[in-house]
Write a protein that binds this ligand. Structure first.
Ligand code: MRU
Length: 373
C-alpha cells in the first residue's frame, strides 16, 4: 500500500491560533494559479463570504471550512463579550451562524452535514453543563475532527480508486477534486495520485470546466506539481478525445449523491457521463460518505445552486457577450446513476444497484441529510 499519508503535506484550509485569538486560514483559490495568497479570516461572515465567492470550494473543503467557521464564531464571541456570556446564548448564535453558512452554497451536502454536526456537538455540550471556554474548545476539537476524518477518507478513497486504474491508462477528469477541494489528498484525484505514486504511468485529459475553470486553473496546477502528464482541453473537446484519444476511464467527484446513485457534480459532468457511455468508457465517481445523502431518494430533489450569470458573460471582468443578454448559470448538474460504472467511497466501492450498495456502505455511518437539528 502506498504511504500517501507520509507524502501528502499540502493544505487548503486550516485553523490558526494566535494567543487567545483564533482565525480560519485558507489559500484563496479564486486567484490560482497566478497568485498564491493566504486569507486569514477572523469573523464568521468573512468565512461565509469566502465560501460564496469560491475562494474555498470543493464539497469536502467547504464542509471543513463551515465547521471551522462555527468554531471561529464562538472564539470571536468570547473575544468580544468575555466568558460571562451564557452558554445558551452562544449556542443560539451558533444556530444563526449555521444558517448563514448553510445558505452560501446549497448543493454540496458536506456543508449542511458539517453545520448539523457542529450544532449537535454544541447542544450536547450544553446538556453536559459545559462552560463557555469548554464549549469553544469542544467546537474547535470537533471541527478538527471533521478535517481529520476527511483527511483519512481521502487516503482510503485514493487506495480504493487506484485499484480501478491500470498502468499506461489515459483518463479524463472534470472540475477539481484534489487537495484543494478537500482536507486531504482529494477524491477522484486522490485515486490518480495513488496510482501515479505506485508507479503506474498515466496521462490525464483535464476538462477546463467552464465557467469558473476549476480544471484549467486548479486541476492542471495540481497535476503539474505532482509531475503527472496532462492535456488540458475545452469541455467541448471531450467527445473528440473519447473517440480518438484512447481514454480508458473517467474519474470525477461529487457534491451530493442520492440514495439511488444519482450524482450532483460540477456542471458538465452529466454530459461527460453520457459521452462516456456512448464510447463504452467506464465512468467513476469518487466521494466520501459525508457526500452521500440517503434522505433523498433520487437526484431530482437535490437543491441546485444558481450562480451569477456574470460568470458566463465575462471572464475576469472582461465582457465576452453582448451587454444585457440573458445567461443561465447552474453550478451543478445531476448525472443519473444509470450512467455510473461505480461509486468509490472511503468505505469501499459501490456498484449498481446503488439503492442497496450505498446503503450497505453507509451502515453505521453517522446521520446524513440536511434535516435541521
Ligand atoms: O463549484 P465547486 O468548485 O465547489 O465544485 C466542485 C465540484 O463540483 C467537485 O467536483 C466536487 O465538489 C467534489 S470535490 C472533491
Amino acid at each position: 500500500m502506498t504511504d500517501v499519508k507520509r507524502l501528502h503535506e499540502k493544505r487548503t484550509v486550516w485553523w490558526q491560533q494566535d494567543g487567545a485569538h483564533g482565525a480560519v486560514c485558507m489559500i484563496d483559490q479564486s486567484l490560482l494559479p497566478g497568485e498564491v495568497v493566504i486569507l486569514t479570516l477572523t469573523h464568521e461572515q468573512q468565512v461565509a463570504d469566502a465560501i460564496a465567492r469560491l475562494q474555498v470550494r470543493g464539497a469536502p473543503a467547504i464542509g471543513v471550512t463551515a465547521a471551522l467557521g462555527m468554531a471561529l464564531a464562538i472564539s470571536r464571541l468570547r473575544d468580544e463579550q468575555g466568558d460571562t456570556l451564557a452558554v445558551e446564548q452562544a449556542v443560539a448564535h451558533l444556530r444563526n451562524v449555521g444558517e448563514l453558512l448553510r445558505g452560501t452554497r446549497p448543493t454540496a451536502v458536506n456543508l449542511a452535514w458539517s453545520v448539523d454536526r457542529m450544532i449537535r456537538h454544541a447542544q450536547q455540550a450544553v446538556r453536559d453543563g459545559c462552560s463557555l471556554p469548554e464549549l469553544a474548545q469542544g467546537m474547535q476539537a470537533e471541527a478538527q475532527a471533521i478535517a481529520g476524518e476527511d483527511f483519512e477518507a481521502c487516503l482510503r478513497m485514493g487506495e480504493f480508486g487506484a485499484t480501478l486504474i491500470a498502468d499506461g491508462d489515459t483518463l479524463l477528469t472534470h472540475c477539481n477534486t484534489g487537495w484543494l477541494a478537500t482536507a486531504g489528498w482529494g477524491s477522484a484525484l486522490a485515486s490518480i495520485y495513488v496510482a501515479h505514486r505506485s508507479g503506474k504511468k498515466l496521462h490525464i485529459f483535464v476538462d477546463e470546466t467552464r465557467p469558473v475553470l476549476q480544471g484549467a486553473r486548479l486541476t492542471a496546477w495540481e497535476l503539474q506539481q505532482e509531475g503527472i502528464p496532462l492535456t488540458l482541453i475545452t469541455d467541448s473537446m471531450a467527445a473528440h478525445f473519447m473517440r480518438y484519444g484512447g481514454i480508458k476511464g473517467v474519474f470525477v467527484g461529487a457534491d451530493r449523491i442520492a440514495a439511488n446513485g444519482d450524482v450532483a457534480n460540477k456542471i458538465g459532468t452529466y454530459g461527460v457521463a453520457v459521452l462516456a457511455q456512448a464510447h463504452a468508457i467506464p465512468f467513476y465517481v469518487v466521494a466520501p460518505r459525508s457526500t452521500i445523502d440517503l434522505s433523498l431518494a433520487s437526484g431530482e430533489r437535490i437543491p441546485m445552486e444558481q450562480r451569477n450569470p456574470d460568470e458566463i458573460t465575462s471572464i475576469r471582468g472582461i465582457p465576452i457577450a453582448p451587454a444585457g443578454i440573458h445567461a443561465a448559470n447552474p453550478a451543478f448538474d445531476v448525472t443519473p446513476g444509470s450512467y455510473i460504472t461505480a461509486i468509490v467511497t472511503d468505505a469501499g466501492i459501490a456498484r449498481p444497484p446503488y439503492n442497496q450498495s450505498l446503503r450497505a456502505l453507509c451502515a453505521g455511518y453517522h446521520a446524513v441529510g440536511t434535516g435541521n437539528v
